[in-house]
Design a protein around this ligand. Structure first.
Ligand code: B1M
Length: 210
């Protein structure tokens, strides 16, 4: 098995320590950092994302895979910067104001990063004005909002309104998700996209940025 396949396998099994050994090994073999990222780490994460979507693996497996992914990307970061690898685009992500649930939001972050997107993670309990300011400050092309409570869903509508008031609606796409959120709700508030799960959210984000 090639080192890249071994990296993908190790990541899928959540074996962060092994990933930490294999990534430098691949670099020593002369494999370019971008290729290690795409054909090793992202390939593994993409398989996990697909399995997660199909209920073949569950949250714990995704979390350990993500930890392994982070371990690998940390080692690649300096090499990627040196090679001039470009991020596919920046996303401001957070759980909306009044809502402290962050497990789903963290999964969305991991899937976004797995697709090569740069994520500005604003955390939980994020006010609409914070999303807007962060998008302006960081030049984010997507604002991604998560909500787990029916009582906090309306905050997503406020985000859309404040993005409009700030005059950046034509520059920023707004994505929404979380267990109580629906496509119909997303349309009602004027968001650009609703997705039911983290893997699809990442696919949609890439589509919105292309
Ligand atoms: Co909370 N809680 N909780 N809770 N909690 C729910 C959501 C609830 C459904 C439980 C229930 O009553 N059956 C209920 C909400 C009811 C409602 O509004 N309809 C509820 C409640 C009521 C509350 C409190 C009010 C309880 C209380 O204090 N009385 C309180 C509120 C606190 C607050 O936020 N202000 C509260 C607190 C908590 C804990 C802190 C204990 C804990 C959160 C810990 C944490 O997140 N760090 C917690 C938990 C764990 C849950 C349940 C059990 C699990 C949520 C979860 O993480 N699921 C939940 C019941 C349930 O869902 N079965 C419940 C796993 C996660 C992977 O799924 O976040 O849906 P999820 O993410 C999915 C998709 O939704 C999607 O991707 C993920 C998978 O791929 N997704 C997106 C998420 N964000 C996305 C964004 C996107 C796209 C997709 O685009 C941007």
């Amino acid at each position: 098995m090639s080192t890249l396949s071994e990296i993908s396998e190790a990541l899928q099994k959540g074996r962060a320590k092994l990933v930490k050994t294999l990534v430098p090994q691949a670099l020593e073999e002369g494999v370019p950092a971008q290729q290690i990222l795409e054909e090793g780490l992202l390939a593994g994460m993409s398989i996990i994302g697909e399995k997660f979507k199909n209920n073949e693996v569950f949250v714990p497996e995704v979390l350990v895979a993500a930890r392994a992914m982070n371990a690998g990307t940390e080692l690649l970061k300096p090499h990627l910067a040196a090679a001039g690898a470009e991020s596919k685009g920046k996303v401001c992500l957070g759980t909306v104001k009044g809502d402290l649930h962050d497990i789903g939001k963290n999964l969305v972050r991991m899937m976004f990063e797995g697709k090569g997107l740069e994520v500005v993670d604003l955390g939980v309990d994020v006010a609409p004005e914070t999303f807007v300011q962060a998008a302006i400050d960081n030049d984010c092309r997507i604002i991604a909002c998560s909500a787990l409570l029916t009582t906090t869903m309306p905050v997503m509508g406020e985000v859309v309104e404040q993005v409009k008031s700030a005059g950046i609606r034509d520059k920023v796409k707004i994505m929404v998700g979380g267990a109580p959120v629906t496509d119909k709700f997303a349309q009602t508030i004027g968001a650009d996209a609703y997705t039911a799960d983290a893997a699809t959210a990442a696919e949609k984000a890439v589509e919105l940025l292309s």
